[in-house]
Design a protein around this ligand. Structure first.
Ligand SMILES: Nc1ncnc2c1ncn2[C@@H]1O[C@H](COP(=O)(O)OP(=O)(O)OP(=O)(O)O)[C@@H](O)[C@H]1O
Length: 260
């Protein structure tokens, strides 16, 4: 693709106190791209993800979305710009039904588009929003749960509901923090199919962190590997899969050479 990338990060540095966790990471995602950020435990994936979404601030560096500098924008304003996200630990409204959760997200999208004008509360949701919320739940295969309170639905279905909330905001990019964490293998593959169909249908770009290699290789076109807060490899799925550096980091140098 030519023109302005959807999302860029340039030389990001993030520290927790004196401990530098992200050490000058840059990346770029174009419209429709699918990028996975992987790396061993503690490599800095979640921290980088939070810096991209605006959940934590960077010590230095820059994040741009559609060319606009969003480095200083908090997470909710980045969401309003079109950066949809899900969390490693689900953040749906547990006391609301699945349908009401999606309606809240749709109402929030409406308020964003009206630049915050209008009431934040309503006596009853607009019928069009109720219909759209129902449609989103069907798209994610959880229409049968529309009247179930979120607290009572299974972990896997809650992950789907969270995806529905992210999609309700009509994002240009979906930022998925371990979308299959804690799921049974069969449920994981359902989420993979769902994300693939969302990408095919809506052309949404995806950036994700994930531990499950089958999920990563099924969804992503490009992979970036972090180790100790630095990018040690980046490229197509095949390039990364065949990288000796990456194998050594995952298997350990000794084991890699013993195997090889
Ligand atoms: N709030 C925090 N305060 C201090 N140190 C932190 C904090 N959060 C993470 N860290 C440290 O920063 C480093 C990177 O953590 P991060 O969670 O980003 O890694 P990760 O690659 O996502 O790990 P995992 O795969 O285990 O989720 C680790 O050494 C971690 O202990």
């Amino acid at each position: 693709m030519t023109g302005t990338p959807l999302l860029t990060a340039t030389d990001l540095r993030v520290s927790y106190g004196a401990f530098e966790v992200i050490k000058g990471v840059s990346l770029s995602v174009d419209a429709g791209d699918a990028l996975a950020i992987i790396g061993p435990n503690g490599a800095g994936k979640s921290t980088l993800f939070k810096a991209l979404t605006g959940e934590i601030s960077c010590r230095s560096g820059e994040v741009r979305f559609l060319g606009k500098d969003v480095t200083a924008l908090p997470a909710h304003l980045r969401t309003a710009e079109g950066m949809g996200r899900t969390f490693q630990v689900s953040r749906v409204f547990l006391e609301l039904t699945a349908l009401a959760n999606v309606i809240v997200a749709l109402e929030s999208r409406q308020r964003c588009k009206k630049r915050g004008q209008g009431r934040w509360w309503r006596a009853a949701p607009e019928p069009a929003l109720v219909e759209e919320a129902g449609h989103l739940l069907s798209q994610l295969g959880i229409a049968h749960l529309r009247h179930e309170v979120a607290a009572t639905i299974s972990h896997g279905d809650r992950k789907r509901l969270e995806l529905a909330l992210a999609l309700a905001l009509d994002p240009l990019i979906l930022m998925l923090d371990e979308p299959t964490a804690g799921m049974a293998p069969a449920d994981r593959m359902h989420i993979v199919d769902l994300i693939l169909s969302i990408r095919a249908e809506k052309g949404v770009a995806v950036i994700m962190t994930e531990h499950d290699m089958d999920v990563i290789f099924s969804i992503s076109e490009r992979v970036m590997v972090l180790n100790y807060g630095e990018v040690i490899a980046a490229g197509t799925v095949d390039e990364v899969r065949n990288s000796q550096t990456v194998r050594e980091v995952y298997l350990g140098k000794d084991m890699y050479h013993a195997e090889g």
